[in-house]
Design a protein around this ligand. Structure first.
Ligand code: PGA
Length: 238
């Protein structure tokens, strides 16, 4: 994984039209010239291919990620898209997000299958971990996760901290750091651990001052590029 730190992931969820996404890429690119880390932009799936073209055309260093993927390979699965279909379009993909679990009944087994499909297609999974039991489940399946830690981003994402588009109610930076440390103890010291949940321009520097938090998964504060640019600016201020 080519991942200079920190990694900041913009998870737009089901927000924005193509015109807004086009403007997002333009506006954020200007700021990125001086940003030392990686920005991984995750728009809704219908806009991935067009976003990839736009990023290439304007020569910006934004990386592209999907917000989800099918647990199946290509086949008769209406509405799905397979990892092998987004290979070459995205370099990253979020998996196991608590909103997929809450609204679409995704299970630990589903997430584990998705991780496998992504790695088969050389796409880096951004694995959302709501609690320790999920990680324990994946680890109980053998050495697969540990064997692939260099190619997975581990995101501590307590559902209670996710804004859902409403008020921000983050975990404390100290506790988020502890959870990241725990993840590393379980999967391996070299794991790249990040935090997500109510990160915004006002608190990002505090989270990044923690030693185990090497990046952020950002929902609400990524929808509007002006907010997101402030996150990038403040991320560098600690
Ligand atoms: P939030 O979302 O930044 O709006 O809390 C984070 C996430 O869902 O990962």
């Amino acid at each position: 994984m080519n991942n200079p730190l920190p990694a900041i992931i913009a998870n737009l969820k089901a927000s924005n039209t193509w015109d807004q996404i086009d403007a997002w890429i333009e506006n954020t690119s200007k700021e990125l010239q001086n940003f030392p880390g990686t920005v991984i932009f995750c728009p809704s799936s219908p806009f991935l291919a067009e976003s990839a073209k736009k990023i290439k055309n304007i020569g910006t260093k934004i990386a592209l990620g999907a917000q989800d993927v099918s647990k199946f390979d290509q086949g008769a699965y209406t509405g799905e898209y397979a990892a092998s279909q987004i290979k070459g379009i995205v370099a990253y993909c979020i998996v196991g997000h608590s909103e997929r679990r809450k609204y679409f009944n995704e299970t630990n087994n589903d997430t584990f299958e998705k991780i496998k499909r992504l790695l088969e297609s050389q796409i880096t999974p951004i694995l959302c971990i709501s609690d320790e039991s999920q990680l324990d489940h994946y680890l109980s399946k053998g050495t697969f996760i540990k064997d692939n830690i260099a190619n997975i981003i581990f995101a501590s994402e307590p559902p209670s901290a996710i804004s859902g588009g409403g008020d921000f109610h983050p975990d404390t930076p100290e506790n988020a750091n502890k959870v990241c440390k725990k993840i590393k103890e379980k999967v391996g010291e070299n794991a790249l651990t990040i935090y997500g949940g109510s990160i915004n321009p006002d608190n990002v520097a505090e989270f990044f001052s923690q030693p185990e938090i090497k990046g952020a998964l950002i929902g609400q504060a990524s929808v509007n590029p002006d907010d997101f640019v402030k996150v990038l600016q403040n991320a560098q201020s600690n």
